[in-house]
Ligand binder design. Structure first.
Ligand SMILES: NC(=O)c1ccc[n+]([C@@H]2O[C@H](COP(=O)([O-])OP(=O)(O)OC[C@H]3O[C@@H](n4cnc5c(N)ncnc54)[C@H](OP(=O)(O)O)[C@@H]3O)[C@@H](O)[C@H]2O)c1
Length: 259
């Protein structure tokens, strides 16, 4: 599996997204992921039991593991999920992650903004101050446009952008290239769950692979700064996803998928 330097860790380019972990199988899935070489886990305190499962399965954490979490969405039930947490709430979200993951500092925190058009400066500055204080080691941004990434970069270093992207949702193509130029990782979410596609299915069938594997392989081949975080609650699916790292799509197959 090829690697990328994400903050102070060199991680394999197929990581793991914890959002879909099932409490019944999550510990076994996470431990199997580490056995398979996965060393980059994406989580959030608002992903149900994900942080508890990560702590149970993986702590004390091996030094090569990078746990990336995210903060930002407000969580007052009466206001719904997608509004921006204020400074006090952001600090509380960071503290919740520290406590539940049982760490003294967070490897990587993404600021997940609810609206990808407004300024993120005030919120990002809160996290930048926590980075300066050593509570957070590296910062990323999520659900952002290029202008918001540029704004964040004026405040503190950004090691990754986490946005929605897949073979059939490619609005971020220019942003991926911008990140690559700047040495910033681009971490697509929901990149394998997309709608069924005849082109993907035909390549999968011809290769004896699954369409999820082909979608993941396509994503990784799109640019060397892309880090996959496929999520699953099932060990066989995890094993297939890791194995997709060995699939090299031919130039003809890539053309079929993107034209
Ligand atoms: N920043 C954000 O706003 C944001 C938003 C959404 C997600 N995320 C992050 O991105 C991660 C991935 O996103 P996602 O979970 O939406 O999408 P995804 O990883 O593209 O797809 C996950 C879905 O695909 C299924 N699946 C996974 N591997 C499979 C395989 N080999 N064969 C068949 N089905 C398979 C899973 O079900 P099974 O459990 O049945 O395998 C699950 O339903 C999340 O875990 C989370 O960490 C971030």
């Amino acid at each position: 599996m090829t690697t990328w330097k994400l903050g102070d860790h060199t991680v394999n380019r197929i990581g793991f997204g914890a959002m879909r972990l099932d409490p019944a199988t999550g510990v076994a899935v996470l431990r199997r992921a580490v056995e398979l070489g996965v060393d980059h886990f994406d989580t959030a305190q608002f992903y149900g039991a994900a942080n508890e499962l990560i702590r149970t399965a993986l702590s004390p954490y091996r030094s090569e593991l990078l746990i990336a979490t995210k903060v930002g969405p407000g969580t007052a039930p009466e206001r719904g999920f997608y509004y921006a947490a204020n400074a006090t709430e952001l600090r509380a979200q960071v503290d919740d992650n520290l406590r539940v993951l049982a760490v003294d500092s967070l490897d990587l925190v993404n600021l997940r903004v609810p609206d990808n058009s407004g300024s993120l400066a005030d919120h990002f500055a809160v996290l930048a101050a926590l980075r300066d204080a050593g509570v957070i080691r590296h910062l990323g941004v999520s659900n952002v446009r290029a202008e918001q990434l540029e704004e964040a970069l004026t405040i503190a270093p950004v090691v990754c952008v986490q946005n929605y992207y897949s073979v059939d949702e490619r609005a971020d193509d220019p942003l991926i290239d911008l990140c690559a130029e700047r040495g910033i990782a681009y971490v697509p979410f929901s990149s394998i769950v997309g709608a069924s596609s005849a082109a993907v299915d035909a390549i999968a069938e011809a290769r004896g692979a699954s369409s999820h594997q082909v979608r993941l392989a396509w994503t990784l081949q799109r640019s060397p700064n892309i880090l996959g975080i496929p999520g699953t609650g099932k060990i066989p699916h995890l094993e297939q996803n890791v194995a997709a790292g060995a699939i090299q799509l031919t130039p003809e197959e890539l053309t079929t998928l993107t034209d």
